[in-house]
Design a protein around this ligand. Structure first.
Ligand code: PLP
Length: 392
Protein backbone atom coordinates (compact mmCIF):
# COMPACT_ATOMS: atom_id res chain seq x y z
CA UNK A 1 0.00 0.00 0.00
CA UNK A 2 1.36 3.43 -0.90
CA UNK A 3 1.59 5.63 2.18
CA UNK A 4 0.09 9.03 1.45
CA UNK A 5 1.97 12.16 2.55
CA UNK A 6 0.65 13.65 5.76
CA UNK A 7 -0.06 17.33 6.30
CA UNK A 8 0.46 18.60 9.80
CA UNK A 9 -1.72 21.64 10.50
CA UNK A 10 -1.54 21.59 14.28
CA UNK A 11 1.40 23.87 15.11
CA UNK A 12 -0.34 25.47 18.09
CA UNK A 13 -0.33 22.05 19.78
CA UNK A 14 3.35 21.43 19.04
CA UNK A 15 5.54 22.37 16.09
CA UNK A 16 7.76 19.77 14.41
CA UNK A 17 11.35 19.88 15.62
CA UNK A 18 13.49 22.11 13.39
CA UNK A 19 16.59 20.47 11.88
CA UNK A 20 18.87 23.09 13.45
CA UNK A 21 17.35 22.33 16.88
CA UNK A 22 17.85 18.57 16.41
CA UNK A 23 21.48 19.07 15.38
CA UNK A 24 22.35 21.27 18.33
CA UNK A 25 20.64 18.83 20.70
CA UNK A 26 22.61 15.88 19.35
CA UNK A 27 25.83 17.86 19.72
CA UNK A 28 24.95 18.92 23.30
CA UNK A 29 23.95 15.35 24.25
CA UNK A 30 27.30 14.00 23.15
CA UNK A 31 29.22 16.40 25.39
CA UNK A 32 29.93 15.38 28.98
CA UNK A 33 29.80 17.84 31.82
CA UNK A 34 27.62 19.57 34.38
CA UNK A 35 27.35 23.32 33.82
CA UNK A 36 28.05 23.89 37.52
CA UNK A 37 31.45 22.15 37.36
CA UNK A 38 34.57 24.24 37.02
CA UNK A 39 36.58 21.87 34.82
CA UNK A 40 36.83 22.01 31.03
CA UNK A 41 33.70 19.90 30.38
CA UNK A 42 31.70 21.88 32.91
CA UNK A 43 32.75 25.17 31.35
CA UNK A 44 31.80 23.86 27.90
CA UNK A 45 28.33 22.90 29.19
CA UNK A 46 27.94 26.36 30.74
CA UNK A 47 28.94 27.91 27.41
CA UNK A 48 26.22 25.92 25.62
CA UNK A 49 23.57 27.16 28.05
CA UNK A 50 24.71 30.77 27.90
CA UNK A 51 24.82 30.68 24.09
CA UNK A 52 21.20 29.49 24.06
CA UNK A 53 20.26 32.18 26.58
CA UNK A 54 21.80 34.84 24.31
CA UNK A 55 20.02 33.41 21.24
CA UNK A 56 16.65 33.50 23.00
CA UNK A 57 17.30 36.98 24.40
CA UNK A 58 18.39 38.25 21.01
CA UNK A 59 15.25 36.82 19.37
CA UNK A 60 12.99 38.60 21.86
CA UNK A 61 15.33 41.61 21.90
CA UNK A 62 15.74 41.63 25.67
CA UNK A 63 18.40 41.16 28.33
CA UNK A 64 19.88 37.66 28.63
CA UNK A 65 20.43 38.22 32.35
CA UNK A 66 16.64 38.36 32.84
CA UNK A 67 16.00 34.91 31.31
CA UNK A 68 15.36 31.83 33.51
CA UNK A 69 15.18 28.46 31.76
CA UNK A 70 12.46 26.06 32.96
CA UNK A 71 11.05 22.70 31.89
CA UNK A 72 8.36 24.44 29.83
CA UNK A 73 5.64 27.05 30.09
CA UNK A 74 3.59 25.02 32.56
CA UNK A 75 6.45 25.11 35.05
CA UNK A 76 7.07 28.77 34.20
CA UNK A 77 3.39 29.58 34.95
CA UNK A 78 3.50 27.73 38.26
CA UNK A 79 6.69 29.62 39.09
CA UNK A 80 5.54 33.16 38.28
CA UNK A 81 2.03 32.80 39.73
CA UNK A 82 3.45 33.24 43.19
CA UNK A 83 1.94 35.04 46.20
CA UNK A 84 5.41 36.29 47.12
CA UNK A 85 7.70 38.41 44.93
CA UNK A 86 11.27 39.04 45.98
CA UNK A 87 12.28 42.67 45.47
CA UNK A 88 15.95 43.20 46.22
CA UNK A 89 16.26 42.60 49.95
CA UNK A 90 12.56 42.41 50.84
CA UNK A 91 9.42 40.49 49.91
CA UNK A 92 6.19 41.78 48.38
CA UNK A 93 2.95 40.03 49.27
CA UNK A 94 0.47 39.37 46.47
CA UNK A 95 -2.98 38.74 47.88
CA UNK A 96 -5.10 38.14 44.79
CA UNK A 97 -4.74 36.78 41.27
CA UNK A 98 -6.97 38.04 38.44
CA UNK A 99 -7.15 35.81 35.36
CA UNK A 100 -8.80 35.94 31.96
CA UNK A 101 -11.43 33.24 31.43
CA UNK A 102 -9.75 32.01 28.24
CA UNK A 103 -6.32 31.34 29.76
CA UNK A 104 -4.45 28.12 29.12
CA UNK A 105 -5.10 25.57 31.92
CA UNK A 106 -1.54 25.99 33.25
CA UNK A 107 -2.39 29.62 34.08
CA UNK A 108 -6.09 29.14 34.82
CA UNK A 109 -5.26 26.88 37.75
CA UNK A 110 -3.57 29.82 39.44
CA UNK A 111 -0.14 28.40 40.29
CA UNK A 112 0.61 28.79 43.99
CA UNK A 113 -2.45 30.89 44.83
CA UNK A 114 -5.28 29.25 46.77
CA UNK A 115 -8.68 28.90 45.08
CA UNK A 116 -10.06 31.69 47.33
CA UNK A 117 -7.39 34.08 46.05
CA UNK A 118 -8.26 33.61 42.38
CA UNK A 119 -10.78 35.68 40.45
CA UNK A 120 -11.70 34.79 36.87
CA UNK A 121 -12.57 37.76 34.65
CA UNK A 122 -14.97 37.55 31.71
CA UNK A 123 -14.14 38.06 28.06
CA UNK A 124 -16.39 39.42 25.34
CA UNK A 125 -17.77 37.14 22.61
CA UNK A 126 -14.59 37.63 20.60
CA UNK A 127 -12.45 36.40 23.46
CA UNK A 128 -11.04 39.81 24.48
CA UNK A 129 -10.64 40.35 28.22
CA UNK A 130 -13.31 42.69 29.57
CA UNK A 131 -11.12 45.64 30.54
CA UNK A 132 -13.95 47.31 32.51
CA UNK A 133 -14.38 44.15 34.57
CA UNK A 134 -10.62 44.16 35.22
CA UNK A 135 -10.69 47.80 36.22
CA UNK A 136 -13.73 47.24 38.49
CA UNK A 137 -12.05 44.24 40.16
CA UNK A 138 -8.82 46.15 40.77
CA UNK A 139 -10.77 49.16 42.01
CA UNK A 140 -12.22 47.06 44.84
CA UNK A 141 -8.99 45.13 45.48
CA UNK A 142 -8.02 45.24 49.16
CA UNK A 143 -4.58 46.86 48.95
CA UNK A 144 -3.98 46.33 52.69
CA UNK A 145 -4.03 42.57 52.17
CA UNK A 146 -1.35 42.72 49.49
CA UNK A 147 -0.80 43.77 45.87
CA UNK A 148 -2.79 42.32 42.95
CA UNK A 149 -1.41 40.12 40.17
CA UNK A 150 -3.04 39.86 36.74
CA UNK A 151 -2.29 37.08 34.24
CA UNK A 152 -3.33 37.07 30.60
CA UNK A 153 -2.19 35.38 27.45
CA UNK A 154 -0.83 37.37 24.57
CA UNK A 155 -2.49 35.09 22.02
CA UNK A 156 -4.94 32.30 22.59
CA UNK A 157 -3.91 28.77 21.63
CA UNK A 158 -7.38 27.76 20.41
CA UNK A 159 -8.60 30.84 18.55
CA UNK A 160 -5.39 32.86 18.03
CA UNK A 161 -7.16 35.94 19.49
CA UNK A 162 -4.60 38.56 20.55
CA UNK A 163 -5.21 40.43 23.81
CA UNK A 164 -4.54 44.18 24.13
CA UNK A 165 -1.75 43.48 26.64
CA UNK A 166 -0.40 47.01 26.67
CA UNK A 167 -3.78 48.37 27.76
CA UNK A 168 -4.12 45.56 30.33
CA UNK A 169 -0.64 46.48 31.65
CA UNK A 170 -1.63 50.13 32.02
CA UNK A 171 -4.71 49.23 34.05
CA UNK A 172 -2.78 46.69 36.16
CA UNK A 173 0.00 49.13 36.96
CA UNK A 174 -2.45 51.91 37.76
CA UNK A 175 -3.55 49.73 40.70
CA UNK A 176 0.01 48.79 41.67
CA UNK A 177 -0.36 45.24 40.31
CA UNK A 178 2.04 42.87 38.59
CA UNK A 179 1.27 41.60 35.10
CA UNK A 180 2.12 38.09 33.88
CA UNK A 181 1.86 37.55 30.13
CA UNK A 182 1.67 34.04 28.69
CA UNK A 183 3.63 34.63 25.50
CA UNK A 184 3.73 30.98 24.43
CA UNK A 185 1.66 31.25 21.24
CA UNK A 186 2.84 34.70 20.20
CA UNK A 187 6.52 33.73 19.96
CA UNK A 188 7.52 33.07 16.36
CA UNK A 189 4.05 33.89 15.05
CA UNK A 190 3.95 37.68 15.37
CA UNK A 191 6.48 40.44 15.96
CA UNK A 192 6.33 42.07 19.40
CA UNK A 193 8.52 43.90 21.82
CA UNK A 194 8.81 42.89 25.48
CA UNK A 195 8.91 46.56 26.47
CA UNK A 196 5.67 47.25 24.62
CA UNK A 197 3.77 44.47 26.38
CA UNK A 198 4.32 46.25 29.70
CA UNK A 199 4.50 42.81 31.34
CA UNK A 200 6.44 42.24 34.56
CA UNK A 201 6.86 38.50 33.99
CA UNK A 202 6.54 36.57 30.73
CA UNK A 203 6.43 32.84 30.08
CA UNK A 204 7.56 30.96 26.96
CA UNK A 205 7.67 27.43 25.59
CA UNK A 206 10.21 25.98 23.16
CA UNK A 207 8.10 23.34 21.41
CA UNK A 208 5.65 25.85 19.92
CA UNK A 209 8.48 27.26 17.79
CA UNK A 210 10.10 24.04 16.63
CA UNK A 211 12.43 23.61 19.59
CA UNK A 212 12.22 20.46 21.75
CA UNK A 213 9.38 19.73 24.16
CA UNK A 214 10.07 20.04 27.87
CA UNK A 215 11.92 23.34 27.94
CA UNK A 216 10.72 26.92 28.26
CA UNK A 217 11.59 30.17 29.95
CA UNK A 218 10.55 32.98 32.24
CA UNK A 219 11.55 36.53 31.43
CA UNK A 220 11.74 39.04 34.27
CA UNK A 221 11.25 42.60 33.14
CA UNK A 222 13.30 43.78 36.12
CA UNK A 223 15.99 41.40 37.37
CA UNK A 224 15.46 42.75 40.89
CA UNK A 225 11.82 41.65 40.96
CA UNK A 226 11.43 37.89 40.94
CA UNK A 227 8.76 35.43 42.05
CA UNK A 228 9.73 33.00 44.82
CA UNK A 229 11.52 29.98 43.26
CA UNK A 230 9.28 27.01 42.61
CA UNK A 231 12.08 24.45 42.53
CA UNK A 232 14.52 24.79 45.38
CA UNK A 233 17.85 23.07 45.06
CA UNK A 234 21.29 24.17 43.95
CA UNK A 235 21.94 27.71 42.85
CA UNK A 236 21.23 27.03 39.16
CA UNK A 237 19.71 29.75 37.00
CA UNK A 238 21.10 32.41 39.28
CA UNK A 239 19.25 30.95 42.28
CA UNK A 240 15.89 31.22 40.51
CA UNK A 241 15.44 27.56 39.57
CA UNK A 242 17.24 24.68 41.22
CA UNK A 243 18.12 21.48 39.35
CA UNK A 244 20.75 20.48 36.83
CA UNK A 245 19.91 22.14 33.53
CA UNK A 246 18.56 20.13 30.60
CA UNK A 247 21.43 21.23 28.40
CA UNK A 248 20.39 19.44 25.21
CA UNK A 249 16.84 20.83 25.36
CA UNK A 250 18.11 24.33 26.15
CA UNK A 251 20.56 24.12 23.24
CA UNK A 252 17.74 23.05 20.90
CA UNK A 253 15.54 25.91 22.10
CA UNK A 254 18.37 28.39 21.48
CA UNK A 255 18.93 27.05 17.95
CA UNK A 256 15.20 27.33 17.17
CA UNK A 257 15.28 30.96 18.35
CA UNK A 258 18.19 31.73 16.02
CA UNK A 259 16.28 30.23 13.11
CA UNK A 260 13.14 32.25 13.90
CA UNK A 261 15.06 35.49 14.26
CA UNK A 262 16.27 34.99 10.68
CA UNK A 263 12.93 33.82 9.27
CA UNK A 264 10.16 35.62 11.18
CA UNK A 265 9.14 38.00 8.38
CA UNK A 266 9.09 35.22 5.78
CA UNK A 267 7.14 32.90 8.09
CA UNK A 268 4.47 35.47 8.85
CA UNK A 269 3.83 35.81 5.09
CA UNK A 270 3.00 32.08 4.91
CA UNK A 271 0.26 32.68 7.42
CA UNK A 272 -1.69 34.81 4.93
CA UNK A 273 -2.93 31.45 3.65
CA UNK A 274 -5.29 31.33 6.62
CA UNK A 275 -7.55 34.08 5.28
CA UNK A 276 -7.99 32.41 1.93
CA UNK A 277 -8.70 29.07 3.65
CA UNK A 278 -11.49 30.74 5.64
CA UNK A 279 -12.96 32.36 2.52
CA UNK A 280 -12.96 29.05 0.71
CA UNK A 281 -14.52 27.24 3.67
CA UNK A 282 -17.34 29.76 3.46
CA UNK A 283 -17.75 29.07 -0.24
CA UNK A 284 -17.71 25.29 0.22
CA UNK A 285 -20.51 25.48 2.78
CA UNK A 286 -22.54 27.96 0.72
CA UNK A 287 -22.28 25.85 -2.42
CA UNK A 288 -23.34 22.72 -0.51
CA UNK A 289 -26.86 24.13 -0.30
CA UNK A 290 -29.42 24.71 2.42
CA UNK A 291 -28.62 21.52 4.33
CA UNK A 292 -25.32 22.99 5.48
CA UNK A 293 -24.99 25.98 7.81
CA UNK A 294 -22.34 28.64 7.27
CA UNK A 295 -19.15 28.26 9.33
CA UNK A 296 -18.69 30.34 12.47
CA UNK A 297 -15.09 31.60 12.77
CA UNK A 298 -14.32 32.24 16.43
CA UNK A 299 -12.68 35.59 17.19
CA UNK A 300 -12.61 36.63 13.54
CA UNK A 301 -13.61 40.22 14.32
CA UNK A 302 -10.44 40.69 16.41
CA UNK A 303 -6.72 40.59 15.77
CA UNK A 304 -5.73 36.95 15.60
CA UNK A 305 -2.51 35.04 15.08
CA UNK A 306 -2.20 34.76 11.32
CA UNK A 307 -1.71 30.99 11.42
CA UNK A 308 -4.81 30.10 13.44
CA UNK A 309 -8.40 29.46 12.45
CA UNK A 310 -10.93 28.00 14.86
CA UNK A 311 -14.27 27.34 13.22
CA UNK A 312 -17.40 25.32 13.55
CA UNK A 313 -20.04 24.28 11.08
CA UNK A 314 -23.20 23.61 13.10
CA UNK A 315 -24.32 20.04 12.47
CA UNK A 316 -20.81 18.71 11.79
CA UNK A 317 -19.23 17.20 14.90
CA UNK A 318 -15.54 17.92 15.42
CA UNK A 319 -14.85 14.31 16.40
CA UNK A 320 -16.27 13.02 13.10
CA UNK A 321 -14.47 15.69 11.07
CA UNK A 322 -11.15 15.06 12.82
CA UNK A 323 -11.32 11.33 12.15
CA UNK A 324 -12.19 11.85 8.49
CA UNK A 325 -9.37 14.38 8.11
CA UNK A 326 -6.91 12.11 9.90
CA UNK A 327 -7.76 9.23 7.55
CA UNK A 328 -7.10 11.65 4.70
CA UNK A 329 -3.63 12.42 6.09
CA UNK A 330 -4.45 15.78 7.66
CA UNK A 331 -3.76 16.57 11.31
CA UNK A 332 -5.79 19.31 12.95
CA UNK A 333 -7.24 19.73 16.43
CA UNK A 334 -10.66 20.08 17.90
CA UNK A 335 -10.79 23.28 19.95
CA UNK A 336 -7.91 22.46 22.24
CA UNK A 337 -5.72 19.38 22.43
CA UNK A 338 -6.77 17.52 25.51
CA UNK A 339 -4.31 15.51 27.57
CA UNK A 340 -6.60 12.48 27.73
CA UNK A 341 -6.88 12.42 23.94
CA UNK A 342 -10.64 12.94 24.19
CA UNK A 343 -12.52 15.85 22.69
CA UNK A 344 -14.10 17.89 25.46
CA UNK A 345 -15.98 21.15 25.69
CA UNK A 346 -13.64 24.11 25.29
CA UNK A 347 -13.61 26.54 28.22
CA UNK A 348 -12.29 29.17 25.79
CA UNK A 349 -15.26 28.95 23.44
CA UNK A 350 -17.61 28.66 26.39
CA UNK A 351 -16.22 31.93 27.81
CA UNK A 352 -16.83 33.48 24.39
CA UNK A 353 -20.48 32.47 24.61
CA UNK A 354 -20.44 29.77 21.92
CA UNK A 355 -23.45 27.44 21.86
CA UNK A 356 -23.09 23.73 22.71
CA UNK A 357 -23.56 22.84 19.06
CA UNK A 358 -20.89 25.31 17.97
CA UNK A 359 -18.49 23.96 20.59
CA UNK A 360 -19.11 20.36 19.55
CA UNK A 361 -18.10 21.28 16.03
CA UNK A 362 -15.05 23.40 16.80
CA UNK A 363 -12.06 22.53 14.64
CA UNK A 364 -8.73 24.29 15.02
CA UNK A 365 -6.35 24.65 12.15
CA UNK A 366 -2.91 26.04 12.97
CA UNK A 367 -0.50 26.49 10.10
CA UNK A 368 3.25 26.32 10.36
CA UNK A 369 6.23 27.93 8.77
CA UNK A 370 6.97 24.81 6.76
CA UNK A 371 3.55 24.95 5.19
CA UNK A 372 3.11 25.08 1.45
CA UNK A 373 -0.20 25.38 -0.36
CA UNK A 374 -0.50 21.63 -0.60
CA UNK A 375 -1.64 21.07 3.00
CA UNK A 376 -4.26 23.81 2.68
CA UNK A 377 -5.54 22.37 -0.61
CA UNK A 378 -5.74 18.86 0.83
CA UNK A 379 -7.55 20.18 3.88
CA UNK A 380 -10.10 22.06 1.77
CA UNK A 381 -10.68 19.07 -0.53
CA UNK A 382 -11.23 16.81 2.49
CA UNK A 383 -13.57 19.34 4.06
CA UNK A 384 -15.58 19.51 0.83
CA UNK A 385 -16.02 15.74 1.00
CA UNK A 386 -17.18 15.91 4.64
CA UNK A 387 -19.68 18.65 3.82
CA UNK A 388 -20.83 16.80 0.69
CA UNK A 389 -21.51 13.69 2.75
CA UNK A 390 -23.57 15.73 5.20
CA UNK A 391 -25.55 17.45 2.47
CA UNK A 392 -26.33 14.17 0.64
N1 PLP B 1 0.30 28.55 27.35
C1 PLP B 1 -0.24 28.38 26.14
C2 PLP B 1 -0.99 29.52 25.53
C3 PLP B 1 -0.08 27.17 25.48
O1 PLP B 1 -0.62 27.00 24.27
C4 PLP B 1 0.64 26.12 26.11
C5 PLP B 1 0.77 24.79 25.46
O2 PLP B 1 -0.18 24.28 24.90
C6 PLP B 1 1.19 26.34 27.37
C7 PLP B 1 0.99 27.58 27.98
C8 PLP B 1 1.97 25.27 28.11
O3 PLP B 1 3.23 25.08 27.52
P1 PLP B 1 4.13 23.80 27.83
O4 PLP B 1 3.66 22.72 26.91
O5 PLP B 1 5.55 24.24 27.53
O6 PLP B 1 3.98 23.47 29.26
Amino acid sequence: MVQQARHYLDYNASAPLLDCARESMIKAMSDAGNASSVHFEGRAARKTIEKARSSFASFIDFKATNVIFTSGATEAANHVLSPVIRAGGHEIKISRLYLGATEHPCVLQGGRFSKEQIEILPTNHNGILDIHALEAALETHDAHAGQPMVAVQFANNETGVIQPVKKIAEVTHKYDGFLVVDTVQALGKMPFSIEDTGADFLIFSSHKIGGPQGVGAIVLRDALLSPMPLLNGGGQENYHRGGTENIAAIAGFGAACEWHKENLTKNIKIFSLRDSIEERLDTICREAGNEIAQPVFFGKAENRLGNTSCFSVPGIKAETALMALDLDGISVSSGSACSSGKVKKSHVLEAMGASDEEMQGAVRLSLGWQEDNLGAERFLAAWKTIVGRMAA
